[in-house]
Ligand binder design. Structure first.
Ligand code: BES
Ligand code: MG
Ligand code: ZN
Length: 492
């Protein structure tokens, strides 16, 4: 685990003290660097020809008798953003790992218009989140450059900085653990495995956990959830985690996460190139679970529930089939147009169950629901669908603040036309090929009665095909930073 500490602005002049400093294109022209006074002379001896301070560029300067220096470019002053600073933090990790450095002093830049604690936080966040490998199955680890172990942030306001960096470490560590759970194989991360882990979270102050098995799920009338899970020999689990952060309030927010631990597509089997990564189809559930864990560890004074429907979508003699009809928890009947549109089925039952039994004041579900979302937004932003403008604004703002960004799509009533069924109340797929992400949300809308609700489609953002700044390849841990910020800031 990476340790982050704060320090006031002095540093020993030793090559062991690698130091990261930052510069803009403008400041580089006048040699203006933020650097501890006692060693500020060394910068004069460095040849900076060829380094322009452009965004996401870096220069490693090995020095004898002085700290090694990593100079990170921030680009033009007017273009600097918090997200840009996170990516600058990722550059620090990159340079340190490349040169096998395990401890680094960071001298955060002063940027006009941005608070110093936010600048420090963003850079440290970028360092923390990029300092990650998923290598538990590699038997030879020597070749890979090791991870950074210690980061010392130099700050004038040690007290404010320490508090904010403690929170950062809690959230970031949970993001990395969440990535581990998503990246791990479906053979290991079964519904039972996740449910057992959820149970363990009850050791955190204020957290309790209930796990329902297949028989309970069946008895409660979740016919859609049962239909999806019945093709697998790994039985389904429904996890309900609660964190009571405010004992004076009876109001709860609920987050509901799609937990398909492997999505083969079922009888509508996915082809090669679509199926290989489908162990990631539980990223919504993992994101919700680690959000609750973070909120509890941060001691946020809000009441939060996480509901996780967990199962596999598999092919067997017992699988559910296209053309079948099943009854949902809320009594509605659903014709199966396609067994690969399974996420909306388990979420439909989970949403109806959550509203009916747990009576939250607010519901947000997060799901790797549609390939169409990836087509629309790529790997950069998630889809947001809700009829509630207040929740939409709050979520959007949390997305902008944290970098877990999302963008709203409409949920007009007219779309309901396309999921009509001839033999049941609704079909789980559209009669057309259009608007896949909106159709997914339109289906879910049928299972929410009156509770303010938002749906977040993370099919594009939960898992990425290459490293992007501080987001490492494959599982990103999307949604934890978003939902922690949202829960902190929303009234319910
Ligand atoms: N888990 C997939 C969605 C997905 C696709 C997530 C790509 C991540 C990357 C989901 O269960 C699915 O298969 N959706 C279908 C729905 C269709 C049959 C209506 C899809 O998007 O093709
Ligand atoms: Mg599917
Ligand atoms: Zn799926």
């Amino acid at each position: 685990m990476l340790t982050i500490t704060t320090h006031t602005k002095t540093i020993d002049a030793s090559p062991d003290n690698t130091m990261a400093i930052f510069t803009t294109e403008e400041d580089l022209k006048t040699d203006t660097f933020t650097i501890p006074k006692n060693i500020s002379n060394i910068i004069n001896d460095i040849n900076l020809d060829g380094f322009r301070g452009r965004k996401a560029t870096s220069l490693f300067v090995p020095l004898k008798r002085n700290p090694m220096i990593i100079i990170i470019g921030l680009g033009k002053k007017k273009d600097i953003t918090i997200e840009g600073l996170r990516n600058a933090g990722a550059k620090v990790t990159h340079e340190c790992r490349l040169h096998r450095i395990h401890t680094v002093h960071i001298i955060p830049p002063v940027i006009s218009g941005l608070e110093q604690v936010s600048v420090e936080y963003a850079i440290a966040e970028g360092v923390y989140l990029s300092n990650y490998d998923f290598d538990i199955y590699k038997t030879k680890k020597e070749d890979a450059p090791g991870l950074l172990k210690k980061v010392i942030i130099h700050s004038d306001d040690k007290k404010a900085s320490t508090k904010s960096l403690n929170d950062l470490a809690i959230i970031s560590e949970n993001v990395l653990q969440c990535r581990n759970m998503i990246n791990d194989t479906s053979d290991k991360t079964t519904p039972d495995h996740i449910a057992r882990y959820a149970k363990k979270l009850s050791s955190i102050k204020g957290v309790s956990c209930k796990v329902y098995g297949g028989k309970d799920i069946e008895k409660m009338g979740m016919g859609l959830f049962m239909a999806v899970s019945r093709g697998s020999s790994n039985p389904p689990k429904l996890v309900v985690l609660k964190y009571r952060g405010n004992s004076k309030s009876e109001k709860w927010a609920a987050i509901i996460g799609k937990g398909i631990t492997f999505d083969s597509g079922g009888i509508n089997l996915k082809p090669s190139k679509s199926i290989e990564d489908m162990r990631m189809d539980m990223a919504g559930a993992a994101g919700c679970m680690y959000t609750l864990k973070s909120v509890a560890e941060l001691g946020i004074k809000k009441n939060l529930i996480a509901v996780l429907p967990l199962c596999e979508n598999m092919v067997s003699g017992n699988s559910y089939k296209p053309g079948d009809v099943f009854k949902a928890y809320n009594g509605k009947t659903v014709e199966i147009g396609n067994t690969d549109a399974e996420g909306r089925l388990i979420l439909a039952d989970a949403l109806a169950f959550t509203e009916d039994r747990l009576k939250p004041s607010l519901m947000v579900d997060m799901a790797t629901l549609t390939g169409a979302c990836l087509i629309s937004f790529g790997e950069i932003v998630a889809g947001l669908l809700t009829e509630n403008d207040k929740i939409a604004d709050k979520l959007f703002n949390s997305g902008e603040r944290t970098g877990d960004r999302l963008w709203r799509l409409p949920l007009y009533e007219d779309y309901a036309e396309d999921i009509k069924s001839d033999i049941a109340d609704i079909n789980n797929i559209s009669s057309s090929r259009h608007a896949g992400t909106i159709i997914g949300a339109t289906f879910l809308k049928n299972f929410v009665k009156k509770t303010p609700w938002a749906h977040i489609d993370i099919a594009g953002t939960a898992w990425i095909s290459k490293k992007r700044g501080y987001r490492t390849k494959y599982a990103t841990g999307y949604g934890i930073r978003l939902l922690c910020d949202f829960i902190k800031n929303v009234d319910f």
